[in-house]
Structure formats: structure tokens, C-alpha cells
Design a protein around this ligand. Sequence first.
Ligand SMILES: C[S@@+](CC[C@H](N)C(=O)[O-])C[C@H]1O[C@@H](n2cnc3c(N)ncnc32)[C@H](O)[C@@H]1O
Length: 254
Amino acid sequence: MTDAEAMADEFDTMAAWTADAVAELGQSHAIPAACRGSGSPAALEWLAGELRLRPGMRLLDCGAGVGGPAELAAQRFGVAPVLAEPMIHACRASARLFGRPVVVAGGERLPFRSGVFEAVWSLGVLCTVADQAALLAELRRVAGPAALVGLLVFLRTVPRLPEQPEGNHFLTADELDGLLAKSGLAVLKHAELAGFAAPEPDWQAAADRVEARIERVHGSDHRWQSAQHQEKIIGQLISEQLVAGRLLVLEPVG
Ligand SMILES: C[S@@+](CC[C@H](N)C(=O)[O-])C[C@H]1O[C@@H](n2cnc3c(N)ncnc32)[C@H](O)[C@@H]1O
């Protein structure tokens, strides 16, 4: 299987199945099920606060997946989110679940004018991108003069990983610092994902019901098995602390 096929199983096919499952189970499942790898609501709220999200603000969510984090920001902070995501079925799934504006686009080449967003975030995306410098340059380009940029990045804590999900490129903290310095983004603040409270039991239960329904319907499909395999690898790396999530608040400089 190629990197592209494995990533399509994990991020495209699973997105479509997630929207189908939410349609069966009810809209109260939508945000928990559509936060795919973006950490806990507590972490997202911390990041939203640090990015100074306010009602009416234009927030770009780059690599938005199924759109859960953008919707959480819209509902709790009143922002007007715009989503960019390269997987077409993930775009369709987010539009179906939340109806927010979304473009099919990779973060390395965003179809927006420079400086149009008042805040930008990209959650769990950097490690899935081959040209990470290009992604950071684009986030910086579309951020307005007073805009802050938020990232959730999964970092490698050891020189070598025993295994990693197809298509992933985990940086060390030092490598990330070097990349950010070259991208004209200065770190204002950071926080470790592991330090935030786990989701409330009802949030987790909703996400689990969606997962269970997808498994019931698609568990014998090789694409479900491939997505599960990918998720199991990243889950294992995180639980063994070989990879750890870090939230960053960045300010464009220069
Ligand atoms: C771990 S998921 C996170 C999704 C979402 N940000 C969230 O937190 O729920 C990574 C996302 O990055 C997207 N992605 C992959 N390559 C990308 C690229 N070149 N530019 C932007 N997004 C990309 C994937 O399709 C997937 O939706």
C-alpha cells in the first residue's frame, strides 16, 4: 500500500463514514466524532483563548479534517471559520455535518489572498505533510498583520521510532524550532497536550458510539482495517511517549 492510499483510508474514507454514522446516531455526536486527532476540548479551548478568538473573526482551519475543531471554535467563541482540507470526502463530510465554508486544498498552496485571516490554526497536520516549510510559509502568508497562528504538532521524543504511520514525518522539538525560525514565525507560548484534562465522559462516549457504528458497518472492509492500523500505530507511539503533542501559539515576525 502506498502512503497516499493509507492516508486516504484514514482521512478520506473514514471521514465519509463518520458523517454517515453521525446521521444515524444524531447531531449531538458530530463535534466529538469530527475532532480527529486534535486533542481534547480543553486543549482546543486553551488554544482558542491564546489566539484571542472573538465573535465574527475569520479563522482559517488548515487541514480541517471533518471540521470538529472549527465547529467547536464557532460555537464556543463565535468565530466565522473557513476550512481548507485536501481530502474531498472529508470536505464533504464537514459540509454535511456543519455547513461551514470549505475548500479542497493542500496547506502548501492555499487559494487565499495574503493576510486575509484574523486567526489561523492547523491541528495535527504538520506531521502528515512532506513539505513542512511550504505549509508554514502559507500559514504565515494568509495570516493578517495582527493574526496569531496556532499549531498542534506531534513531535518525536527519540532519535528513531520503531514504526510510524504511513505518510507521517515527525519532527523533534529542535527540528521544529529550526523550521519555525526559518518560516518567520516566533513562538509566543506553548503547552504540552498531555497536560490538558481528558474529554468529559459524555464527549468520549459519543465519539466511541460513532467509532463502534463505523466498525459494525465497515469492519470487514480493508480500508477500515488500514485506517485502524494507522490509528493504532500513532496511539501506541503516544502512549509510549515516543511521540507527544505540543500546542504552539505563533506570531508572524519580519
Ligand atoms: C490528524 S488529521 C487532523 C484533522 C483535524 N485538524 C482535526 O484536528 O480534527 C490530519 C489532517 O491533515 C490533512 N492533511 C494531509 N495532508 C495535508 C496537506 N498537505 N495540507 C493540509 N492538510 C493536510 C489530512 O487530510 C487530515 O484531515
